[in-house]
Design a protein around this ligand. Sequence first.
Ligand code: GLN
Length: 518
Amino acid sequence: MESSLSLSKDTSFFGHPKALVICFLTEMWERFSYYGMRALLIFYLTQHFLFSDQIAAGIFGSYISLVYITPVIGGIISDRYLGATKSVVVGGVLLAVGHLGMAIEGNAASSSSLDGSIIVERDELYLQIFYLSLAFIIMGVGFLKGNISTLVGSLYSQNDVRRDGAFTLFYMGINAGSFLGALVCGFLLQYKGFSYGFGAAGIGMLFGLAVFLYGKNLFGQAAAPKNPQALRQNILPFINLEIIIYLLIGCGILTCYQLMQMPSLVGGLLSASLLLATAIIVTYSLTKCEPRDRDRMLVCLFLMSYQIIFWALFEQTASSLSLMTDRNFDRVILGLEIPAAAFQSVNAFFIILLAPLFNVAWVALAKKGWEPSTPAKFALALIQLGIGFLLLVYGASLAADPAKVALIWLILMYLLHTTGELCISPVGLSMTSRLSTPSVVGMMMGCWFLASAAGNYVSGMIAGLTGSGNIEGSPIDPEIALQSYIEVYMAAGFYSLAIGIFALIITPLIKKFMHESI
Ligand code: GLN
């Protein structure tokens, strides 16, 4: 607390403490590696390991959901034992190892035809290295992602007016990393190959780790372990608590390594975690809260569930939409063929462009008393997501050649998906911190990410539906592929639009239970 107060006085970086630069750059490089690697992942699964679209989507969905489950574990260990600074270093090391591991490409899988059926042969050693690298990344994100955000918050006292601005800057760092990552790794994949793309993600993470190690002393006591003596105490002969924690993190990596090979178990684990979290929050709200706080906690829990639908459809970007971009879009601009993976940077580009405008617009609307309430913003997010998909479907249906759909429809869809994201993602983080009872705000933040994890998992299932006609190892017919994307995205568009309209209708009822003016 003391350190956060002393840091609050530091205004050396555009009116913010110097340590914010360290958070900004560390998270920028972490997101560079995360989104850069993720931009290549679906292609690695389908083109290097020759998994069918359905199996690839299952593995992909498990990965992008596990990365949002582990921040709950990383947060608890940081709060109780390691402190945020040590946790970020642990996360950074695990991430660098994982991303550099991904660069060990090995032999590509081969397919041959035998008696009319297709046999795919994969090099088992490299496949295991791949799963293990993913497991390192999953645990690494768990220790870095949530805790670096905690560090941003720790730089300001609770009522410091610069707090929101700091998070906006930080969010721009996230998207600057995401933009550059998908672009750099996407182009490296196109012109050099997978190991260069993944290697660049690993080098990016090394930069992030170096920046954090350089500036970690700026964070002071608030981010240090709560009880350093306890960490040094031997629990077993010659093995202290800190080492036990690292050994347990190792066990966590092995568990994720196993889970990545059993995507159906991830679904079960997620469902159980969601049920347990819901039961805990409902019980806590009903037994421990005053009526006003109880209502706000339950509304918060309810609104979090919108996120599952949102990310389930939004996150098609890195899976089925990427494959569609590769197979069905005319990607030649001014004679240069843009790699499909690079289109994953479009969303981040629009965020960087539009986030400041949204901030200004919300403030201007609020002054006139016209700012939409949080549940109305969430409903608008779903509506924009739905319209985005319907525009894409419309544009795709106009194409004379199934391999040459006009890019403008993809860009328009990403524009609407981005404005939708700006109505739900940053708004949701702020809602969670505002509506939650202070003593359980950490747990509620964990639940916010858990809902995001569930959305990501369902996104893998939906991506699998788009590839249902595709047989492992055999060439894809763009016309059949396009038909399947049109069917699935049309359903996605209509469902999202319908749920969004329903959500808008029930907004006044939800607002009543929030007990606040907006
Ligand atoms: N795009 C944001 C990030 O990477 C939010 C992702 C999410 O909450 N699912 O931090």
